[in-house]
Design a protein around this ligand. Structure first.
Ligand code: NA7
Length: 535
């Protein structure tokens, strides 16, 4: 394909991660002609790109996998309660094989632009290499955390050693053995990376700007003897995910932290701290993420744990967040993360009081010190939620750009549709339920598939949302976020990423319950999609 004439399809899907793969499968089932355009050379999205050491689930493997295919559930054995990235990527490749997905995916296909043609009511998607694809419908499956950002530090290109961004980690092996390694960033990714690199690096220097509240993962192997019992529980596991607030196995305890005795509170928190997964964050007293007193008490509890685990009191203090309470940013789960700072080969540098001023050919410099490194790892995160949309020049009716339409924050109907951008559907777009993401993905995909089936059966070719519907959903999203302490804190969840020039907090995500989200979407479908403009 080098004459760049458009290839014509019913649906073009951008991205072959968990959402794009499932959407392809479902739309094929409707008999539609579908193409998936994927920038990478393989399927898997997040799990394709994030190959950094230590990358793994923080949700239970069996609550994260696809639930739609019983045979797939029966034949796949997860080896750990929280699987590591290589296993997850193997799983997703297995799904691609089983469903024969690759024949409709074009790899090495990075989308640079998407234009809506009002006359033809279709989308033309243009790749970086100039190839074009035209389809009646466009589905974006580009993920909320898929546009890596490098820090705004001068000299990055001058470094002569090895350097990697965690989200663009090479496919081949990377050794830390005997090397002087720097890790910049201590979000969920940095925390996982640090634990792993510290095992073999000659020295590991961690540059931490703002610490995060971390909690133990308590991972364990799933023994062959446990497999049958676990598989027998699948219906119960997925049912629970359908009922919980954020589709995790964990959900808030109905009690207030303030209504129980101190002894009861401490015992509950001990239990949560000592059990696997997100319980301490997602399964805590109902008010710890909204009530300042409850949140402070929980933060004090976790701070005490950090002090107990880190030998040097000054280092422990540096690791304890002072600018936000527990759970108001994404809680990284860890395995002996705090103990890493007791190792003689590991040093923590406070990049808040002494920011990194420049990267040099041999290392980096702060105002106080010059460091020499063999390797620099950038665990500096993503231009989240809207970032992957911003990187594509998406133009709807009247040539208006999506970036312009979302100035000041995204506005959507159900997180799936945007006014002025007909026939475009977003999977895990801004303002959809996130939480345990594959659970939300399956719902999103099935909802879009339901709409497509409705349209196919009636020979409809046009679907748009209205300003009224968008205003209504945006207000629902605003209300759902009211009182949440996390919305008062800078993080990717509030759309702040100074490295991407995003300095103002926005209402980036829907933070209400997934159950309520699905009820709202189901109601639209039940009503024959009359809230949409179909034609
Ligand atoms: P995060 O959570 O956005 O973390 C990025 C980290 O990088 C964070 O600690 C930042 O510090 C740090 N950072 C960014 N720029 C700099 C500079 N210039 N100097 C020092 N430190 C810097 O990204 P992750 O990849 O860890 O996680 C994203 C999500 O992906 C995660 O929550 C999972 O859900 C999956 P800051 O906090 O801004 O001070």
């Amino acid at each position: 394909m080098n004459d760049h004439s458009p290839n014509v399809f019913d649906v073009v899907i951008i991205g072959a991660g968990i959402s794009g793969m499932y959407q392809l499968h479902k739309l094929r089932g409707l008999g539609l002609k579908v193409i998936v355009l994927e920038a990478g050379t393989g399927v898997g999205g997040t799990w394709y790109w994030n190959r950094y050491p230590g990358a793994r689930f923080d949700s239970e493997s069996y609550s994260y996998a696809y639930s739609f295919d019983q045979e797939l559930l029966d034949e796949w054995d997860w080896s750990e309660h929280f699987a590591a990235q290589p296993e997850t990527l193997r799983y997703l490749n297995h799904v691609a094989d089983k469903l024969d997905l690759r024949r409709d995916i074009r790899f090495n296909a990075r989308v640079s632009a998407a234009d809506y043609d009002e006359g033809d009511q279709s989308w033309t998607v243009t790749l970086e290499d100039g190839d074009r694809y035209t389809a009646r419908f466009m589905v974006t499956a580009i993920g909320p955390l898929s546009s890596p950002t490098m820090p705004l530090i001068p000299g990055i290109d001058d470094f002569k050693g090895e350097s990697f961004h965690t989200g663009l980690w090479p496919k081949g092996p990377v050794s830390f053995e005997g090397k002087r390694v720097a890790v910049i960033g201590t979000g969920a990714t940095g925390v996982q990376t640090i634990q792993e690199v510290a095992k073999t690096a000659k020295t590991l220097t961690v540059f931490q700007r703002r610490p995060n509240w971390c909690a133990p993962l308590h991972n364990a192997k799933i023994t062959p003897e446990e497999q049958p019992a676990l598989k027998a529980r699948y219906p119960e596991i997925f049912q629970r995910c359908r009922e919980t607030f954020s589709c995790f196995l964990h959900t808030p305890d109905p009690r207030s932290a303030l209504e129980v005795s101190e002894a009861e509170r401490e015992a509950f928190w001990e239990q949560r701290y000592n059990e696997p997964g997100f319980g301490i964050w997602q399964g805590n007293f109902r008010d710890v993420l909204v009530d300042r007193t409850a949140n402070r008490m929980l933060s004090d509890f976790v701070a005490k744990k950090i002090r107990e685990r880190v030998n040097d009191p000054a280092v422990a203090e540096l690791l304890i967040p002072k600018d936000h309470g527990f759970g108001t940013r994404r809680v990284p789960l860890e395995t002996k993360y705090y103990e890493v700072y007791n190792q003689p080969n590991v040093r923590l540098v406070d990049a808040l009081s002494t920011p990194i001023e420049r990267i040099t050919p041999t290392g980096l410099e702060t105002a106080e010190e010059a460091f020499a490194f063999d390797m620099i790892i950038y665990a500096t995160g993503f231009d989240a939620i809207t970032g992957s949309f911003d990187r594509i020049d998406i133009r709807g009716e009247g040539g208006q750009t999506l970036k312009e339409r979302w100035k000041g924050g995204p506005k959507t109907f159900l997180g799936v549709m945007v006014e002025g951008f007909p026939n475009m559907f977003m999977l895990v777009g801004p303002h959809t339920a996130l939480g345990n993401i594959p659970r939300s993905i399956e719902y999103n995909v099935e909802w879009v598939t339901g709409l497509m089936a409705h349209m196919r059966d009636r020979d409809l070719t046009f679907a748009a949302t209205t300003g009224e519907a968008v205003a209504d959903w945006t207000e629902t999203v605003r209300k759902a976020g009211e009182g949440l302490l996390s919305n008062e804190v800078d993080s990717w969840m509030t759309g702040v990423n100074r490295n991407a020039g995003k300095t103002e907090r926005i209402l980036a995500r829907y933070s209400g319950s997934a159950v309520a989200y699905r009820e709202r979407c189901d109601a639209v479908a039940r009503d024959g999609y009359r809230e949409l403009r179909l034609g």
